[in-house]
Structure formats: structure tokens, C-alpha cells
Design a protein around this ligand. Sequence first.
Ligand SMILES: [Zn+2]
Length: 203
Amino acid sequence: MSQAQTKFKFDLSGGNLALDFANTVSFRLTDATERLVDYNHLVFFGMQSGVYSFPEHLFAIAGESPGLGKSSLQKAIQFREALYAIFSAVVEHRAIPGNALALLNVMLQEAAEHGRLAYRDRRFVWEWMYMDSYLDSLLWPIARAAADLLMSDEIQNVRICAAKDCGWLFVDRTKNRRRRWCDMKVCGNRVKARRHYQRVRAE
Ligand SMILES: [Zn+2]
């Protein structure tokens, strides 16, 4: 059986790789449910979000050295929490936590060591080198996406889902900037159904 198969499907409604990564915890604000349950799920996220195309080698390394996979997963989760701390502070107009920003800078530095500017088909492109040899390679483009978003005008349109228990982040690209839910099919409908139920019960 190929390990590159999972039944779990990550919800990529954040509109940005770093936000989608920050959203790999469900019901963050109440019954936090971890979706990165093991190293392979980190790779699954990388595949589903388009970072990895053929990461068999990563599965193999982590399979042979479970300890390495485990520490990579821990590092990824720590980084994810730093990203969430930064972006949620931006959205809620709180002070940016210095330790989280410091960790993002460490990751940016690490990422830079594995990237290069290349010229392909008459265009300059940023390339990551040997992604399939480093268990942490998923974090490189995520760090980069986070920094790009933080520096862009779009940062003003980052929101937190309006559902009380969700806490997911997304970029609101709707025309009137009034998107409220991470995913209408998930939180929007859930909240509406609950309101309907409460109304019916009250009557
Ligand atoms: Zn939501």
C-alpha cells in the first residue's frame, strides 16, 4: 500500500498556505482537535496543499527513523502555533508576541538556506532545493508564505472565523469584504442550523 494515501482531507479554505497550515487544528477555541496526528499527516498536508508532488522519500525517511519524524512533527506544530499567535494578534489588534515572531525569523533563515533564485523559461522563479530529503522542508514555503502575507496589503483582510469554537484564519477576498466563515459549508451552516434549532425551541 502506498503511504501517499490518506482518508483525511485537510480543509484549505484559508486562501494562503500559512493560514491553511495554522488551521490544522479543528475547534481550536473549545475542543481543540489536532489534525497533524503524526509525521505522515504533515506530508499529506504538503501534498494536498500543493507543496509536495512526490514525497515518497520523506515517508521512507520518517518510516526508517521514527524519532526524526516525531521531532519534525513537534517542530512543525510549534511553528504552527507561533504562526497562529502572530496572525490572530494581527486580526485582533493585539501586540505581536515577540517569541512567535522570533521563531518565524528562525524559520525564514532556515528556509533561505534551502532556496535559490533560478531562471527558467525566461522567468525568475524561487526554487526549493532537495525538498524530499529534509523532513522539515514543508516549513520553508510556509514560512515564506507567512512573511509575504504579513508584508502585503492583504494582511488587512485576514479574518478569524465567526463561529465561536472554530478560530480558523482566512483571507477575505470577497468583493464587499464581509466574509464571516472559514468555510460556509462547515461553520456557516453549522451556526445557522444551531440558530434555527434555538429559535424553534424558543417558540
Ligand atoms: Zn470556521
